[in-house]
Design a protein. Structure first.
Length: 614
């Protein structure tokens, strides 16, 4: 228990330190507004006691008006200041919370993006840690760190209000302090333990909530919405979603039900303090042992003390934010090691440049790779050389590991054995950034950004309109561009004002434009994973003709399931069983009569049967 209390105190201090991100002016204003509001009940109790005392004295001498004027003015001033504090606290709290949450999201983004590989990001543990670190107020008791930080400050202000109420009580009936403090403190601790129980229970639901989120997104996604309606999947989808929600929430509902059934205990604790105190002070006033002013002060200050110490609202928000802090700690523990080992991007060592600064020479040396939890290795002692200035085609059956090879080449995964070298320097976590500045990659599962056509190509780089136009021409995107209402400035999303959407083939041409633009602005290696899968044969032929023109000054690695297009490659390699089993030109491989020749013959016969001329 002592450890738990110590951990909770440390988390609360961590939340309070995060308030520095709100800025000194906002923090000072918010803290002042909270403090003003928290001491208002105690000040109100003192002023009411003064008013009653003056009125009681006025009955024996002064006029009632003269006696009540000063207390009433003080009472009005206290209420006005309290109202101003409450009014100022709301917008300042929103501003402080937003800034703290923004800083937390920036930290998460930097941590997630700092690592050069993506393998860890694909694990359920990291996904759950990211969700936890962000903190979603819509997910049960989870709270963002911003909500927790302002709640911790509100709790401090409430404690300051409790001290003020204790001061008022001590001035009138000090002997009531332990009578009120002990039950109020016990009630506050009980609320704290309830919040901890709820938060600890909820964290076990993260995995099921990840599954539920997939189906929640599918419900509102236009893409999945087509399948849902065409195949009548609505009822099935809702049942899947509901099942994950039920599994995720069952333990939480059990805890919440237990808390609800035990709500009589906080009520009993509050009553155990207030009822004896109120009874005692009322009896004393009735029998002349104390004044009505004392009774008034005790009634007002006693209730404000119980409210300050016995509320569980702030505590629940704090414990919910503790989960976000713990999620960030887990995320940093998983991802931070590799990121922390990396120097600043400007200090990254660059692979050795070849003479003349031309395309690089890349070697895969006995490279092995298997996905975590996979039953077999995808690549097994693979040897491959990518020569300067050549157009290299990689072919193989589905599942042979072609896309995995591309991800290793891009530094998105690390080999489990062997090594990859660039111009003789081993590709490592430290020089991945430098390496990526020299390559351009088109993945099979490319991303469609809801940005303008130009921004979809340059992706944050400086616009070079001449290079854009030439890249669009080489990718076959120029005719599509000519039909866009605002040309390069057209948003590529129907949800945006003046936006349009593209067909699958048009998107593929735009992504090819993205890669070719990188080549025209300095990239030395172009990697294409099924870059023309959505294009018709005529457009595909033209694209590959222009790609072939880039070899020499740029190395090109091409993966394509249409073997007719790779005939123009300088060299073709066949990936089978995790290794390169054949290598040569199209004519050499056909003459050998091996696996490549079989694949090409089968595909050519299928195209011929369909009436397609290659």
């Amino acid at each position: 228990m002592i450890t738990s209390i110590g951990t909770a105190a440390a988390r609360r201090l961590q939340l309070l330190r995060m308030l520095r991100e709100a800025g000194p002016a906002v923090l000072l204003g918010y803290a002042s507004a909270l403090l003003l509001g928290s001491v208002t009940p105690a000040a109100t109790a003192a002023v009411l006691a003064l008013l009653v005392s003056r009125l009681d004295t006025a009955a024996t001498g002064s006029t009632l008006f003269d006696a009540a004027l000063l207390p009433l003015a003080l009472f009005g001033g206290v209420l006005l200041l309290g109202h101003l504090g409450d009014a100022a606290a709301t917008p300042l709290e929103y501003l402080a919370r937003s800034r703290v949450d923004g800083a937390q999201r920036a930290r998460i983004a930097r941590l997630v993006l700092a690592g050069p590989t993506v393998g860890a990001l694909e694990t359920p543990e990291v996904q759950a840690a990211v969700r936890g670190a962000i903190g979603d107020p819509d997910r049960g008791p989870d709270r963002t760190v911003g909500l927790g930080a302002v709640a911790a400050l509100r709790r401090l202000a409430a404690l300051a209000g409790a001290v003020a109420s204790c001061a008022v009580l001590a001035g009138y009936a000090w002997w009531l302090l332990p009578v009120l403090l002990v039950p109020a403190g016990a009630c506050g601790y009980l609320r704290f333990r309830q919040g901890v129980a709820v938060n600890e229970t909820w964290r076990f639901a993260d995995r099921e909530e990840l599954h539920a989120d997939v189906w929640r997104q599918a419900v509102v996604s236009p893409s999945e919405g087509k399948d849902i309606r065409v195949f009548g999947l609505a009822d099935w989808l809702v049942r899947r979603l509901q099942r994950h929600i039920d599994v995720a929430n069952a333990p939480l509902w059990t805890v919440m039900l237990r808390i609800a059934r035990g709500e009589w205990l906080p009520l009993l604790l509050v009553s155990a303090g207030l009822v004896p105190a109120y009874t005692a002070v009322t009896w004393s006033a009735v029998h002349g042992h104390s004044t009505v002013a004392v009774q008034t002060a005790v009634l007002a200050a006693g209730w404000s003390l119980v409210q300050a110490l016995g509320s569980g609202g702030e505590l629940l928000q704090i414990t919910g934010a503790n989960s976000a802090l713990a999620g960030y700690d887990r995320l940093r523990g998983t991802l931070g090691g590799e990121a922390a080992a990396l120097p600043d991007r400007g200090a990254l060592p660059s692979p050795r440049q070849p003479a003349g600064g031309g395309p690089p020479l890349v070697r895969f040396e006995q490279v092995g790779f298997g996905y975590p939890g996979g039953a077999r290795a995808v690549l097994d002692r693979l040897d491959l050389e990518i020569r300067p200035g050549e157009l290299l085609a990689v072919v193989g059956l589905n599942g042979a590991g072609k896309s995995t090879l591309i991800k290793l080449l891009s530094g998105l995964y690390r080999p489990t054995s062997g090594r990859i070298t660039v111009d003789g320097a081993e590709l490592t976590a430290r020089n991945t950034g430098s390496w990526r500045s020299r390559i351009a990659v088109v993945f099979q599962d490319f991303v469609r950004y809801q940005l303008s056509a130009a921004d979809n190509v340059v992706l944050g780089a400086a616009h070079d309109r001449a290079a854009l136009d030439l890249a669009a021409r080489d990718a076959g995107f120029a005719p599509v561009l000519a039909r866009l209402p605002d040309g390069w400035d057209t948003p590529l999303a129907r949800s945006r004002t003046g936006g349009v959407d593209l067909s699958g083939g048009q998107w593929q041409q735009l992504v090819l434009t993205r890669a070719l633009y990188a080549v025209r602005t300095g990239a030395q290696l172009l990697v294409l994973d099924e870059p023309t899968a959505h294009l018709d044969v005529r457009t595909e032929f033209e694209v590959f003709r222009r790609l072939a023109e880039h070899r020499g000054r740029t190395s090109v690695v091409l993966i394509s399931h249409r073997l007719s297009t790779v005939r123009r490659a300088d060299r073709i390699v066949l990936l089978d069983g995790g290794r390169i089993t054949e290598s040569g030109t199209h004519e050499e491989l056909m003459a050998r009569g091996g696996g490549y020749a079989d694949l090409f013959t089968v595909q050519a016969e299928r195209f011929a049967a369909a009436g397609v001329t290659e």
